[in-house]
Write a protein that binds this ligand. Structure first.
Ligand code: LLP
Length: 414
């Protein structure tokens, strides 16, 4: 549920006027609702109450320390994909015993750090990775818990760049070859082969492909158990979509989690999920200011101070984000325009051909549903400092990451 709405024509997030935040924190600026993040997390927890489970929030969606701390305090585990994300989780007070490490390209240094931290499990994606993990675990004198990430060869029916579950993708081990891999990996005495994991893609609205993948994973688990492997946990990844358009409502978290719960009930499995977008996506907006209006032929452009370097989703995935004026216009949506940033690329747009409220230089806008894969994918392209991040919690707000300075841009350079 979005925390954003108008009160007397003023756009608010959890009751806080976004214009007040913009006046003090400046623009562009990401603003997140702690209450929404926690409500989304609890929707997973509530649906899984009667099932042994751990919700491992996918740090890649939004890795700000304050957000990780919020989730850690609520009891969440974490899905990490790098040593950097592990560092963040540990700094935020996350429990390493609830951390899973995913990704096709873990380095020896990253594996070492995760072993030293004592994470719950490694989601391994290739035989060379298993061999490296085994060697490093031996050096640490421990047994590393492993789930093979299998590729179930299912089409996730989402954007090509965020679809991961068919054999054409780099992810996972072909499910048809997984048994052989478990058998060979069994030779490594330092691996505890106790799990199977799977993630077929992100921003999914249709449960059917996920359920098909889950069925294939559960069949594999039955076969592995028949061969004597003691499989104790199944990690079904993340992937639930959220509503970026008001008229395209997303499936509720509770319904999604309950469908997964049904699948594993009675199978003596600890269920892990790795949701990212569905925890933080609808909890955030990017607040930006209109700099100029200009025309190009018949086209209208609204030039704003946020750009593709701040929020790359429209440029990269053709993603739609609603754009709302912070002060509601009584005139309604009388403008059709491209909303563009200052970056020198024609892909630098946050909306194209958008019917929107009439806006003028100086006006403030909120780019909605920007809590996931927003700031984390921001860059310094065109030597633009990355935006500030703000968290609204218990009726007040605070900066949880300062806007970068010009000196931040050149730190470490000669
Ligand atoms: N687990 C694994 C192994 C993943 O690769 C991902 C996302 C997740 C969990 C979390 O999935 P979620 O619940 O957020 O769908 N930057 C793109 C999304 C990339 C997703 C990458 N993997 C975007 O802005 O749409």
């Amino acid at each position: 549920m979005t925390p954003v709405g108008y009160v007397d024509r003023t756009l608010t997030c959890d009751g806080v006027a976004l214009a007040d935040v913009a006046a003090k924190a400046g623009t562009p600026c990401y603003v997140y609702s702690a209450a929404t993040i926690l409500a989304n997390y609890r929707a997973y927890e509530d649906a899984l109450q009667r099932t042994p489970h751990t919700i491992c929030y996918a740090v890649k969606a939004n890795g700000n320390l304050a957000i990780l701390r919020l989730l850690a305090k609520a009891g969440a585990g974490f899905d990490i994909v790098s040593g950097g994300e592990l560092h963040r989780v540990l700094k935020a007070g996350g429990d390493p015993a609830k951390v899973v490490f995913s990704g096709v390209g873990k380095t020896a240094e990253e594996i070492d750090a995760a072993l030293a931290a004592g994470i719950f499990a490694f989601n391994c994606e290739s035989e060379p990775e298993l061999a490296l993990l085994a060697a490093l675990a031996q050096r640490h004198g421990i047994r590393a818990r492993v789930a093979l990430r299998v590729n179930p060869d299912v089409d996730a029916a989402t954007h090509a760049y965020i679809s991961t579950g068919s054999l054409a993708h780099k992810f996972g081990i072909d499910i048809g070859e997984a048994e052989g891999v478990y058998e060979r990996a069994h030779e490594h005495g330092n691996l505890l082969l106790e799990g199977v994991s799977c993630h077929i893609g992100s921003q999914q609205f249709d449960f059917a492909p996920i359920m098909q993948a889950v069925d294939r994973v559960l069949e594999l688990i039955a076969r592995l158990r028949a061969k004597g492997f003691s499989i104790r946990h199944v990690d079904l990844g993340g992937g639930l979509g959220i509503a970026y358009k008001p008229d395209e409502p997303a499936p509720p978290i509770g319904q999604f989690a309950a469908a997964l719960r049904e699948k594993v009930t009675g199978k003596d499995l600890h269920l892990l999920l790795e949701p990212g977008r569905s925890i933080v996506g609808d909890a955030g907006v990017l607040v930006t200011r209109v700099l100029y209006r200009k025309k190009g032929g018949d086209k209208e452009f609204v030039v704003i101070d946020a750009a593709m370097n701040d929020l790359i989703r429209p440029a990269l995935y053709d993603a739609h984000h609603e754009i709302l004026p912070l002060r509601a216009s009584p005139a309604g949506c009388g403008l059709r325009a491209d909303v563009v940033g200052p970056v020198c690329e024609s892909a630098d747009f946050l909306a194209q051909n958008r019917q929107m409220a009439e806006v003028f230089p100086g006006d403030l806008l909120a780019v909605c549903t920007a809590g996931a894969y927003g700031f984390v994918q921001a860059s310094n392209y065109n030597a633009r400092p990355r935006p500030a991040e703000v968290l609204i919690e218990n009726g007040s707000w605070r900066v949880i990451r300062s806007r970068e300075t010009l000196d931040d841009l050149i730190r470490g350079e000669e």
